[in-house]
Design a protein around this ligand. Structure first.
Ligand code: ATP
Ligand code: MG
Ligand code: MG
Length: 370
């Protein structure tokens, strides 16, 4: 039987493993947290990412993939030459560092918001003006769910934000007046075959993804343009495996790439229940070098994240689970994680036979999830 190793054991690894087992493929995750979500559906090597025995076990698999981009370089070094790691180290180096990522996106012909790389105090001078006077300072490394970001509209605020982040390497981006946010998965096999996921429309709340909807309500030509940019980046970066691009769609059909995740993405979870193959199966097939088609859902579908929320008096607010079960077209996906405010704990997918039914059910579902 074939075998797949995964670096990281969070919810993405959990869902990758759930999609992999029916393909006849065994999954091994290397993950230091004994309570990580993937422990329940994969062989869990509970050890640091750089543990020699853990890396030996991954090296014995047919291929290794990852569920987050911040795996230590030493772990990738420990696997080099022993087993294919997909996506590879070069792509991961770019996608985990905002400044390098943006430069590499531009080099590949993709469009981005205006930005200035800030790696020493002198670079602060004139930076805000250069991006249009309204900016977002983002740390180059380790940010997610809007952490490590500050909106700034004055040079003073920019200096204060940079100090607050401790003077680490950052990127100052111009704030983009987007009409909507969309995302697209692209996969590329080691042989260079490219396939795409659905174009999905995303709404964020407090920096965290709240809902994703398929199909995205975009003007004609936007999906083709997104695919074109995604293919250019996948080819230029030599993608092996799957990555997801987040875009800002401006008025008209202009698309700017916000960032790239070198893996399945929260906005793609709706593919689990939309009919076609899921983004998780797509990543596994691309990583194992199996033939792959586009993974577009067959039905309109949506996803709402379940995030740890507290009431004004500090009480944990639960979704109305019975109400969710009673609403037609819902499917619940939980990650078996301890409750914490602001933490992604699960998601609810929703399907419907047509777009207007989807919209009506989504409005109801939103009232059931705080
Ligand atoms: P994640 O990795 O969880 O998607 P992140 O912390 O890496 O999030 P970004 O994706 O860069 O953060 O930004 C989070 C959200 O903030 C975006 O989805 C968008 O809603 C808003 N945002 C970020 N950059 C800009 C920008 N330049 N102009 C307007 N809005 C922005
Ligand atoms: Mg990000
Ligand atoms: Mg993002």
């Amino acid at each position: 039987t074939a075998s797949l190793g995964i670096l990281g054991g969070g919810q993405l690894a959990q869902m990758l493993a759930l999609a992999t087992l029916p393909l006849g493929v065994r999954v091994t995750v290397l993950e230091p947290d004994p309570l990580a979500p993937a422990r329940l559906c994969a062989d869990h090597l509970c050890a640091p990412y750089t543990d020699a025995a853990g890396l030996d076990a991954l090296a014995a698999c047919d291929a290794v993939t990852l569920e987050f981009e911040n795996v230590p370089v030493a772990a990738l070094d420990g696997l080099r030459g022993r087993v294919p790691v997909r996506p590879g180290a070069g792509l991961l180096e770019r996608s985990k560092h905002r400044a390098r990522e943006k430069e590499a996106l531009r080099a590949a012909g993709a469009r981005t918001a205006p930005f200035v790389v800030i790696e020493e105090p002198a670079a602060l001078q004139g930076a805000l003006r250069a991006v249009g006077g309204h900016g977002i300072l983002k740390t180059s490394e380790l940010g997610y769910d809007g952490k490590g970001q500050r909106r700034v509209v004055s040079d003073h605020a920019l200096g204060a934000a940079w100090d607050e982040f401790g003077g680490v390497p950052c990127v100052l981006e111009g704030v983009v007046p987007f009409e909507r946010e969309v995302s697209l998965g692209v996969a590329r096999t080691p042989g260079g075959q490219v396939a795409f996921g659905p174009l999905v429309e995303n709404v964020h709340r407090g920096g965290i993804l709240r809902t994703s909807v398929f199909p995205a309500a975009v003007p004609d030509g936007v999906e083709a343009a997104a695919r074109e940019q995604a293919r250019a980046v996948a080819d230029a970066w030599g993608l092996e495996g799957l990555m997801t691009l987040e875009f800002f769609q401006l008025q008209g059909s202009t698309l700017l790439v916000n960032e790239v995740a070198p893996r399945v993405h929260n906005s793609g979870h709706l593919t689990q229940d939309g009919g076609g193959i899921s983004q998780f199966e797509a990543q596994v097939r691309a990583v194992l070098g199996r033939p792959l088609t586009d993974w577009r859902p067959l039905h309109p579908c949506a996803m709402v994240n379940v995030v740890g929320v507290v009431s004004p008096d500090g009480e944990a607010l639960e979704p109305d689970w019975a109400g969710i079960d009673a609403l037609e077209g819902t499917r619940v996906h939980l990650y078996h994680k301890a409750w914490r405010a602001g933490r992604k704990l699960g998601h609810v997918n929703l399907v419907a036979p047509d777009v207007s039914t989807l919209r009506a059910r989504l409005a109801q579902l939103e009232t059931l999830i705080p």
